[in-house]
Ligand binder design. Sequence first.
Ligand SMILES: Nc1ncnc2c1ncn2[C@@H]1O[C@H](COP(=O)(O)OP(=O)(O)O)[C@@H](O)[C@H]1O
Ligand SMILES: O=C(CO)[C@@H](O)[C@H](O)COP(=O)(O)O
Length: 463
Amino acid sequence: MALVAGIDSSTQSCKIVVCDSTTGKVLREGRAPHPDGTETDPAHWWSALTTASSGLLDDVSAVSVAGQQHGMVVVDEDGEVVRPALLWNDSRSAGAAHDLVTELGGPKAWTDAVGNVPVASFTVSKLRWFAEYEPELAARAHGVMLPHDWLTWRLNGSRTEPTTDRGDASGTGYWSPADNTYRPDLLVRAFGRELDVPRVAAPAETVGHTPEGAVIAPGTGDNMGAALGLGLRPGDVVVSLGTSGTVFAAHDRAVHDPSGAVCGFADATGGHLPLVCTLNAARVLGSAAAMLGTDLAGLDHLALGARPGAEGVVLLPYLDGERTPELPDAAGSLHGLRRDNMAPANIARAAVEGMLCGLADGLSALADQGVPTERVLLVGGGARSAAVRAIAPLVLAAPVVVPPAAEYVALGAARQAAWALAGTTEPPTWTLGAPEEESAHTPEVGARVRERYAEYRRATHGV
Ligand SMILES: Nc1ncnc2c1ncn2[C@@H]1O[C@H](COP(=O)(O)OP(=O)(O)O)[C@@H](O)[C@H]1O
Ligand SMILES: O=C(CO)[C@@H](O)[C@H](O)COP(=O)(O)O
């Protein structure tokens, strides 16, 4: 039996699974935390990867890394990192994004070019910010990579040329998923001069070998990894509640949404992965629990004790600003408080409902782009919450399936590693176990919750 490893280097932690390459059965797992913050020395990711994989990788035949998208890792001529990586959730580049959109002629010019309208998260916006605000450091820059590109290169012993894949490249803002090509003109527009970029590898290419001789697969972005791990069927839409909230589906065409709500990403198999991303997901639950003086289980208990609609209490959960809708400087706000409803249970319920309303808007934005939802697959750390599982079918107005608990990003990376090892045209067929939960939905109650949320959002933020 050959073993393969998948690595998920996401915002809050590094998770590793080692699987049977034929069945996908998970045999070993490891994890290690990442530091908090919106910029990180990539050395921390490497150190977490080393800790999480300690003793796990000795006998694996192939390995792959799926990483948080968009992060800007800039290296000098010797391959040394020039400054801490700016992460996808760092909003300092919001102004740079706006400037880039205006300079190219508006949102449609960008969706025509690369399927995306730059926001602060995108690498292209971060490069503009870097050139503008740190010109001396920027002068040392020789190449730019994404987090998974850099880790893949390190796994390779930094011996070969850096590589990336279609999925992660599609989140840079200077690579076109429709044309499968870089747009160096856009990189130069942002940064002022050329930079080396990683070669875009084919989906199941062997891009190198570890010093121990294991095949290294191209890797991908974390959301593309989850899509591969879940083995999506038509009509499936994933709602992932990690640090980010993401809503995405496998699709056969490139999506171009000039409203900017839907990112026209590529996937890790040669197809497409239209995706909506919010900045405020699972961490809203942790913050609400802390505010109420309880833990995550306590928050669940409180929220499940309140009625749908939280008796009129609404939380706009923009605790870290927001990406979709684009409100980088927004703060969260509580609405509808009265003497008779100002109870911890209602506030807990409003936190869960508010977080889910942002993702329900994501489902609508996907539908507007011709990507309808037949069922939602609920994954990520936040999907472990009993309250989220109970309330999601109502707010998302769709049947919700909670797949068996697993690290789907890491599993998808492992599946890609097995694919590269096998050298087949299609990825291996791995079957998931039975879902932990399947719930029907009650659209009429959820509609009222979403309406009140939208009313307060419009009144407070004008969008
Ligand atoms: N039972 C739970 N209820 C609510 N949130 C949870 C629960 N378990 C984990 N989380 C949250 O999930 C988040 C981590 O999810 P994960 O998908 O691993 O994130 P990321 O991939 O962005 O690092 C953390 O914010 C954590 O607090
Ligand atoms: O920016 C995006 C998607 O466009 C985020 O989804 C990042 O890829 C980070 O993912 P998590 O750490 O939340 O999984």
